[in-house]
Design a protein around this ligand. Structure first.
Ligand code: GDP
Length: 363
Protein backbone atom coordinates (compact mmCIF):
# COMPACT_ATOMS: atom_id res chain seq x y z
CA UNK A 1 0.00 0.00 0.00
CA UNK A 2 0.83 3.65 -0.18
CA UNK A 3 3.53 4.58 2.30
CA UNK A 4 3.78 8.05 3.86
CA UNK A 5 6.66 9.18 6.03
CA UNK A 6 5.88 11.78 8.68
CA UNK A 7 8.74 14.25 9.18
CA UNK A 8 9.12 17.61 10.88
CA UNK A 9 11.13 19.34 13.58
CA UNK A 10 10.80 18.15 17.19
CA UNK A 11 7.69 19.35 19.06
CA UNK A 12 5.61 20.16 16.00
CA UNK A 13 3.05 17.44 16.75
CA UNK A 14 4.31 14.45 14.74
CA UNK A 15 3.85 11.84 17.45
CA UNK A 16 0.46 13.22 18.42
CA UNK A 17 -0.65 12.95 14.80
CA UNK A 18 0.92 9.54 14.35
CA UNK A 19 -0.74 8.16 17.48
CA UNK A 20 -4.11 9.54 16.39
CA UNK A 21 -3.68 7.88 13.00
CA UNK A 22 -2.63 4.60 14.56
CA UNK A 23 -5.65 4.66 16.88
CA UNK A 24 -7.92 5.25 13.92
CA UNK A 25 -6.35 2.22 12.27
CA UNK A 26 -6.54 0.03 15.35
CA UNK A 27 -10.20 0.89 15.91
CA UNK A 28 -11.32 -0.10 12.44
CA UNK A 29 -12.97 -3.48 12.81
CA UNK A 30 -11.42 -6.47 11.08
CA UNK A 31 -8.50 -4.49 9.94
CA UNK A 32 -5.08 -6.13 9.95
CA UNK A 33 -3.37 -3.59 12.14
CA UNK A 34 0.35 -3.71 12.03
CA UNK A 35 1.78 -4.09 15.52
CA UNK A 36 5.17 -5.44 14.55
CA UNK A 37 6.80 -2.07 14.18
CA UNK A 38 5.66 0.65 16.61
CA UNK A 39 6.69 3.29 14.11
CA UNK A 40 4.38 2.05 11.38
CA UNK A 41 0.62 2.49 11.44
CA UNK A 42 -1.73 1.07 8.83
CA UNK A 43 -4.85 3.14 8.36
CA UNK A 44 -7.91 2.22 6.31
CA UNK A 45 -8.79 4.97 3.85
CA UNK A 46 -12.12 6.54 4.83
CA UNK A 47 -14.38 6.78 1.77
CA UNK A 48 -18.12 7.49 1.98
CA UNK A 49 -18.63 6.13 -1.53
CA UNK A 50 -17.35 2.74 -0.41
CA UNK A 51 -19.66 2.83 2.62
CA UNK A 52 -22.68 3.69 0.50
CA UNK A 53 -21.92 1.13 -2.19
CA UNK A 54 -21.52 -1.53 0.46
CA UNK A 55 -24.93 -0.60 1.92
CA UNK A 56 -26.66 -0.52 -1.46
CA UNK A 57 -25.32 -3.88 -2.57
CA UNK A 58 -25.54 -5.50 0.84
CA UNK A 59 -22.21 -7.31 0.50
CA UNK A 60 -20.90 -9.51 3.27
CA UNK A 61 -17.66 -7.58 3.55
CA UNK A 62 -16.40 -4.05 3.06
CA UNK A 63 -12.73 -3.71 2.26
CA UNK A 64 -11.15 -0.25 2.12
CA UNK A 65 -7.73 0.50 0.72
CA UNK A 66 -5.08 1.34 3.25
CA UNK A 67 -2.29 3.81 3.75
CA UNK A 68 0.80 3.18 5.80
CA UNK A 69 2.19 5.95 7.96
CA UNK A 70 5.75 5.81 9.17
CA UNK A 71 6.81 7.98 12.09
CA UNK A 72 10.20 9.31 11.07
CA UNK A 73 11.34 11.07 14.22
CA UNK A 74 14.56 12.84 14.94
CA UNK A 75 15.13 14.82 11.79
CA UNK A 76 16.82 17.83 13.33
CA UNK A 77 19.28 20.48 12.27
CA UNK A 78 22.58 18.75 11.51
CA UNK A 79 20.95 15.35 11.03
CA UNK A 80 22.70 14.81 7.69
CA UNK A 81 26.01 14.97 9.59
CA UNK A 82 24.80 12.37 12.05
CA UNK A 83 23.39 14.67 14.75
CA UNK A 84 20.39 13.54 16.76
CA UNK A 85 19.48 10.01 15.89
CA UNK A 86 21.81 10.28 12.96
CA UNK A 87 21.30 8.77 9.58
CA UNK A 88 19.03 5.85 10.32
CA UNK A 89 15.82 7.72 9.58
CA UNK A 90 17.13 9.04 6.31
CA UNK A 91 17.05 5.51 4.97
CA UNK A 92 13.42 5.29 6.16
CA UNK A 93 12.64 8.31 4.03
CA UNK A 94 14.11 6.51 1.02
CA UNK A 95 11.38 3.89 1.35
CA UNK A 96 8.34 6.16 1.36
CA UNK A 97 6.18 7.27 -1.58
CA UNK A 98 5.34 10.58 0.01
CA UNK A 99 6.79 12.83 2.68
CA UNK A 100 4.20 14.30 5.05
CA UNK A 101 5.96 17.35 6.40
CA UNK A 102 4.35 18.47 9.66
CA UNK A 103 4.84 22.18 10.30
CA UNK A 104 4.11 23.94 13.54
CA UNK A 105 1.56 26.66 12.92
CA UNK A 106 0.26 27.01 16.46
CA UNK A 107 1.42 29.19 19.28
CA UNK A 108 1.55 27.70 22.76
CA UNK A 109 3.99 28.96 25.36
CA UNK A 110 3.75 25.60 27.13
CA UNK A 111 5.18 23.79 24.14
CA UNK A 112 8.79 24.71 23.55
CA UNK A 113 9.85 25.40 20.00
CA UNK A 114 13.31 24.01 19.30
CA UNK A 115 14.20 27.08 17.27
CA UNK A 116 12.72 29.55 19.75
CA UNK A 117 9.62 30.81 17.98
CA UNK A 118 6.99 29.83 15.44
CA UNK A 119 8.38 30.38 11.95
CA UNK A 120 7.25 27.92 9.28
CA UNK A 121 9.47 29.22 6.48
CA UNK A 122 12.60 28.72 8.55
CA UNK A 123 11.43 25.35 9.85
CA UNK A 124 10.57 23.99 6.42
CA UNK A 125 13.96 25.00 5.07
CA UNK A 126 15.80 23.36 7.99
CA UNK A 127 14.26 20.01 7.11
CA UNK A 128 14.58 20.50 3.38
CA UNK A 129 18.24 21.49 3.70
CA UNK A 130 19.05 18.32 5.63
CA UNK A 131 17.59 16.24 2.82
CA UNK A 132 19.47 18.24 0.21
CA UNK A 133 22.75 17.87 2.11
CA UNK A 134 22.24 14.13 2.36
CA UNK A 135 21.55 14.00 -1.36
CA UNK A 136 24.66 16.00 -2.03
CA UNK A 137 26.61 13.30 -0.22
CA UNK A 138 25.09 10.58 -2.42
CA UNK A 139 25.76 12.57 -5.55
CA UNK A 140 29.39 13.22 -4.62
CA UNK A 141 29.94 9.53 -3.95
CA UNK A 142 28.42 8.63 -7.30
CA UNK A 143 30.55 11.22 -9.03
CA UNK A 144 33.70 9.68 -7.59
CA UNK A 145 32.84 6.20 -8.74
CA UNK A 146 31.85 7.52 -12.15
CA UNK A 147 35.20 9.27 -12.42
CA UNK A 148 36.95 5.96 -11.79
CA UNK A 149 34.85 4.21 -14.42
CA UNK A 150 35.19 7.01 -16.91
CA UNK A 151 38.91 6.38 -17.26
CA UNK A 152 38.05 3.82 -19.92
CA UNK A 153 36.61 6.74 -21.90
CA UNK A 154 33.18 5.17 -22.56
CA UNK A 155 30.87 7.76 -24.00
CA UNK A 156 27.99 6.58 -21.80
CA UNK A 157 30.00 7.10 -18.62
CA UNK A 158 31.05 10.57 -19.63
CA UNK A 159 27.44 11.52 -20.31
CA UNK A 160 26.39 10.17 -16.93
CA UNK A 161 29.10 12.15 -15.26
CA UNK A 162 27.93 15.31 -16.92
CA UNK A 163 24.38 14.83 -15.60
CA UNK A 164 25.50 14.05 -12.08
CA UNK A 165 27.86 17.02 -12.09
CA UNK A 166 25.02 19.33 -13.09
CA UNK A 167 22.81 17.80 -10.40
CA UNK A 168 25.53 18.44 -7.83
CA UNK A 169 25.60 22.13 -8.69
CA UNK A 170 21.83 22.22 -8.52
CA UNK A 171 21.86 20.83 -4.98
CA UNK A 172 24.78 23.01 -3.93
CA UNK A 173 22.67 26.02 -4.81
CA UNK A 174 20.15 24.85 -2.21
CA UNK A 175 17.62 23.42 -4.65
CA UNK A 176 15.66 20.25 -4.02
CA UNK A 177 16.38 17.44 -6.46
CA UNK A 178 12.84 17.33 -7.74
CA UNK A 179 13.24 20.73 -9.38
CA UNK A 180 16.16 19.36 -11.39
CA UNK A 181 15.41 19.37 -15.06
CA UNK A 182 16.57 15.97 -16.32
CA UNK A 183 16.14 15.33 -20.03
CA UNK A 184 14.55 12.13 -21.24
CA UNK A 185 17.90 10.42 -21.86
CA UNK A 186 19.20 11.58 -18.48
CA UNK A 187 16.35 10.12 -16.44
CA UNK A 188 18.09 6.83 -15.79
CA UNK A 189 21.22 8.42 -14.33
CA UNK A 190 19.01 10.63 -12.19
CA UNK A 191 16.62 7.95 -10.93
CA UNK A 192 19.24 5.45 -9.90
CA UNK A 193 20.44 7.91 -7.26
CA UNK A 194 17.18 7.53 -5.25
CA UNK A 195 17.43 11.03 -3.87
CA UNK A 196 15.53 12.13 -0.78
CA UNK A 197 14.70 15.62 -1.96
CA UNK A 198 13.13 14.03 -5.02
CA UNK A 199 10.16 12.76 -3.02
CA UNK A 200 6.82 14.52 -3.33
CA UNK A 201 5.86 16.49 -0.23
CA UNK A 202 2.54 17.13 1.44
CA UNK A 203 2.64 19.91 4.01
CA UNK A 204 0.53 19.30 7.10
CA UNK A 205 0.03 22.49 9.13
CA UNK A 206 -0.65 21.82 12.78
CA UNK A 207 -2.86 24.72 13.89
CA UNK A 208 -4.69 25.51 17.11
CA UNK A 209 -8.30 24.46 17.43
CA UNK A 210 -9.49 28.03 16.83
CA UNK A 211 -7.68 28.30 13.51
CA UNK A 212 -8.90 24.99 12.17
CA UNK A 213 -11.58 26.41 9.90
CA UNK A 214 -10.01 29.79 9.13
CA UNK A 215 -6.28 29.06 8.95
CA UNK A 216 -3.75 31.72 9.99
CA UNK A 217 -0.79 33.70 8.64
CA UNK A 218 1.57 30.76 9.23
CA UNK A 219 -0.56 28.49 7.10
CA UNK A 220 -0.47 31.14 4.36
CA UNK A 221 3.31 31.07 4.62
CA UNK A 222 3.41 27.31 4.16
CA UNK A 223 0.97 27.58 1.25
CA UNK A 224 3.37 29.97 -0.45
CA UNK A 225 6.22 27.50 -0.03
CA UNK A 226 4.08 24.66 -1.32
CA UNK A 227 3.03 26.66 -4.37
CA UNK A 228 6.62 26.62 -5.66
CA UNK A 229 6.24 22.99 -6.69
CA UNK A 230 2.46 22.71 -6.75
CA UNK A 231 2.48 20.72 -3.52
CA UNK A 232 -0.60 20.06 -1.43
CA UNK A 233 -1.25 21.63 1.97
CA UNK A 234 -3.65 20.45 4.67
CA UNK A 235 -4.50 22.08 7.98
CA UNK A 236 -5.23 19.94 10.97
CA UNK A 237 -5.03 20.12 14.74
CA UNK A 238 -3.08 17.21 16.21
CA UNK A 239 -4.76 17.64 19.59
CA UNK A 240 -8.22 17.42 18.05
CA UNK A 241 -7.22 14.40 15.98
CA UNK A 242 -6.22 12.72 19.21
CA UNK A 243 -9.70 13.37 20.61
CA UNK A 244 -11.50 12.36 17.42
CA UNK A 245 -9.71 9.03 17.34
CA UNK A 246 -11.54 8.09 20.55
CA UNK A 247 -15.04 8.83 19.23
CA UNK A 248 -17.46 6.63 17.32
CA UNK A 249 -18.75 7.68 13.89
CA UNK A 250 -21.85 9.66 15.03
CA UNK A 251 -20.08 11.50 17.81
CA UNK A 252 -17.30 12.30 15.39
CA UNK A 253 -19.61 13.93 12.84
CA UNK A 254 -21.29 16.07 15.53
CA UNK A 255 -17.92 17.13 16.89
CA UNK A 256 -16.59 18.09 13.45
CA UNK A 257 -19.71 20.12 12.72
CA UNK A 258 -19.19 22.00 15.94
CA UNK A 259 -15.65 22.80 14.86
CA UNK A 260 -16.89 24.03 11.50
CA UNK A 261 -14.96 21.50 9.42
CA UNK A 262 -16.36 18.95 7.02
CA UNK A 263 -14.15 15.98 7.68
CA UNK A 264 -11.47 14.85 10.08
CA UNK A 265 -7.79 15.53 9.52
CA UNK A 266 -7.09 11.94 8.57
CA UNK A 267 -9.57 12.03 5.73
CA UNK A 268 -8.28 15.35 4.44
CA UNK A 269 -4.70 14.20 4.79
CA UNK A 270 -5.30 11.08 2.75
CA UNK A 271 -7.31 12.92 0.13
CA UNK A 272 -4.46 15.41 -0.27
CA UNK A 273 -1.93 12.57 -0.43
CA UNK A 274 -3.86 10.96 -3.29
CA UNK A 275 -4.01 14.28 -5.06
CA UNK A 276 -0.31 14.98 -4.57
CA UNK A 277 0.59 11.55 -5.93
CA UNK A 278 -1.97 11.54 -8.73
CA UNK A 279 -3.90 8.54 -7.44
CA UNK A 280 -7.57 7.67 -7.81
CA UNK A 281 -9.93 5.07 -6.40
CA UNK A 282 -12.15 2.60 -8.20
CA UNK A 283 -14.51 0.01 -6.75
CA UNK A 284 -15.49 -3.60 -7.26
CA UNK A 285 -18.67 -4.92 -5.75
CA UNK A 286 -20.68 -8.12 -5.40
CA UNK A 287 -22.53 -10.22 -2.81
CA UNK A 288 -19.26 -11.29 -1.16
CA UNK A 289 -17.43 -8.00 -0.91
CA UNK A 290 -17.39 -4.36 -1.84
CA UNK A 291 -13.90 -3.14 -2.18
CA UNK A 292 -11.87 -0.01 -2.96
CA UNK A 293 -8.70 -0.09 -5.07
CA UNK A 294 -6.05 2.51 -5.71
CA UNK A 295 -4.68 3.20 -9.16
CA UNK A 296 -2.61 5.83 -10.91
CA UNK A 297 -4.64 8.64 -12.50
CA UNK A 298 -4.55 8.07 -16.24
CA UNK A 299 -4.26 4.30 -15.90
CA UNK A 300 -6.09 2.26 -18.51
CA UNK A 301 -8.48 -0.57 -17.66
CA UNK A 302 -5.93 -3.43 -17.90
CA UNK A 303 -3.53 -1.66 -15.52
CA UNK A 304 -6.37 -1.12 -13.05
CA UNK A 305 -7.26 -4.81 -13.34
CA UNK A 306 -3.61 -5.60 -12.63
CA UNK A 307 -3.92 -3.95 -9.22
CA UNK A 308 -6.25 -6.81 -8.26
CA UNK A 309 -4.21 -9.57 -9.87
CA UNK A 310 -1.57 -9.73 -12.59
CA UNK A 311 -3.66 -12.45 -14.33
CA UNK A 312 -6.46 -9.93 -14.71
CA UNK A 313 -4.13 -7.65 -16.59
CA UNK A 314 -2.55 -10.35 -18.73
CA UNK A 315 -5.85 -11.90 -19.76
CA UNK A 316 -7.84 -8.69 -19.90
CA UNK A 317 -10.80 -8.79 -22.29
CA UNK A 318 -13.03 -5.92 -21.23
CA UNK A 319 -14.48 -4.10 -18.25
CA UNK A 320 -18.11 -3.50 -17.38
CA UNK A 321 -18.17 -0.03 -15.94
CA UNK A 322 -20.48 2.50 -14.38
CA UNK A 323 -19.69 5.55 -12.30
CA UNK A 324 -20.36 5.43 -8.58
CA UNK A 325 -22.68 8.39 -8.97
CA UNK A 326 -24.85 6.62 -11.54
CA UNK A 327 -24.85 3.42 -9.51
CA UNK A 328 -26.03 5.24 -6.41
CA UNK A 329 -28.64 7.19 -8.35
CA UNK A 330 -30.11 4.06 -9.94
CA UNK A 331 -29.80 1.99 -6.81
CA UNK A 332 -28.72 -1.45 -8.04
CA UNK A 333 -26.69 -3.26 -10.66
CA UNK A 334 -29.89 -4.50 -12.25
CA UNK A 335 -31.29 -0.99 -12.53
CA UNK A 336 -27.99 0.18 -14.03
CA UNK A 337 -28.19 -2.54 -16.69
CA UNK A 338 -31.87 -1.95 -17.38
CA UNK A 339 -31.22 1.71 -17.92
CA UNK A 340 -28.48 0.80 -20.39
CA UNK A 341 -25.92 2.58 -18.25
CA UNK A 342 -23.49 -0.32 -17.88
CA UNK A 343 -20.71 0.47 -20.34
CA UNK A 344 -18.52 -2.11 -22.04
CA UNK A 345 -15.01 -0.70 -22.03
CA UNK A 346 -11.93 -2.03 -23.80
CA UNK A 347 -8.23 -1.96 -23.11
CA UNK A 348 -7.84 1.73 -23.98
CA UNK A 349 -10.39 2.95 -21.47
CA UNK A 350 -8.92 5.44 -19.00
CA UNK A 351 -10.26 4.63 -15.55
CA UNK A 352 -12.06 7.47 -13.76
CA UNK A 353 -12.11 8.21 -10.03
CA UNK A 354 -15.16 6.48 -8.55
CA UNK A 355 -15.68 3.96 -11.34
CA UNK A 356 -17.40 0.72 -10.34
CA UNK A 357 -15.77 -2.01 -12.40
CA UNK A 358 -16.13 -5.66 -13.25
CA UNK A 359 -13.30 -7.19 -15.26
CA UNK A 360 -13.72 -9.93 -17.85
CA UNK A 361 -10.57 -11.84 -18.54
CA UNK A 362 -9.10 -15.08 -19.94
CA UNK A 363 -7.10 -17.29 -17.66
P1 GDP B 1 6.85 15.70 17.92
O1 GDP B 1 8.11 15.94 18.66
O2 GDP B 1 6.81 16.45 16.63
O3 GDP B 1 6.49 14.28 17.78
O4 GDP B 1 5.70 16.43 18.78
P2 GDP B 1 4.62 15.82 19.79
O5 GDP B 1 3.51 15.21 19.05
O6 GDP B 1 5.31 14.98 20.82
O7 GDP B 1 4.07 17.15 20.44
C1 GDP B 1 4.92 17.99 21.18
C2 GDP B 1 4.12 18.76 22.20
O8 GDP B 1 3.21 19.63 21.51
C3 GDP B 1 3.27 17.87 23.08
O9 GDP B 1 3.31 18.39 24.39
C4 GDP B 1 1.88 17.98 22.50
O10 GDP B 1 0.87 17.83 23.48
C5 GDP B 1 1.88 19.39 21.95
N1 GDP B 1 1.00 19.49 20.79
C6 GDP B 1 0.92 18.64 19.73
N2 GDP B 1 -0.02 19.03 18.89
C7 GDP B 1 -0.56 20.16 19.40
C8 GDP B 1 -1.60 21.03 18.98
O11 GDP B 1 -2.25 20.84 17.96
N3 GDP B 1 -1.85 22.13 19.78
C9 GDP B 1 -1.16 22.36 20.92
N4 GDP B 1 -1.44 23.45 21.63
N5 GDP B 1 -0.19 21.54 21.37
C10 GDP B 1 0.10 20.45 20.61
Amino acid sequence: SLRCGIVGLPNVGKSTLFNALSDAGADAANFPFCTIDPNIGVVPVPDKRLDNLYEIVGSEEKIPTSVEFVDIAGLVKGASEGKGKGNAFLSHIREVDLIVHVVRCFDDENVIHVEGDVNPTRDVHIIEDELILKDLESVEKRLESLKRDAKSGEKEDLKRMEVVQRLKEHLENGNAARTFDAKEEEQQAYRELFLLSDKPVLYACNVSEDDLDSGNQWVDEVQEIADRFNDEVVTFCAKIEEEIAELDEDEKQAFLEELGVESGGLERLIRAAYKELGLITYFTTGPKETRAWTVRKGAKAPEAAGVIHSDFERGFIRAETVSYKKYKELGSEKAVKNAGEMRQEGKDYVVQDGDVMLFRFNV
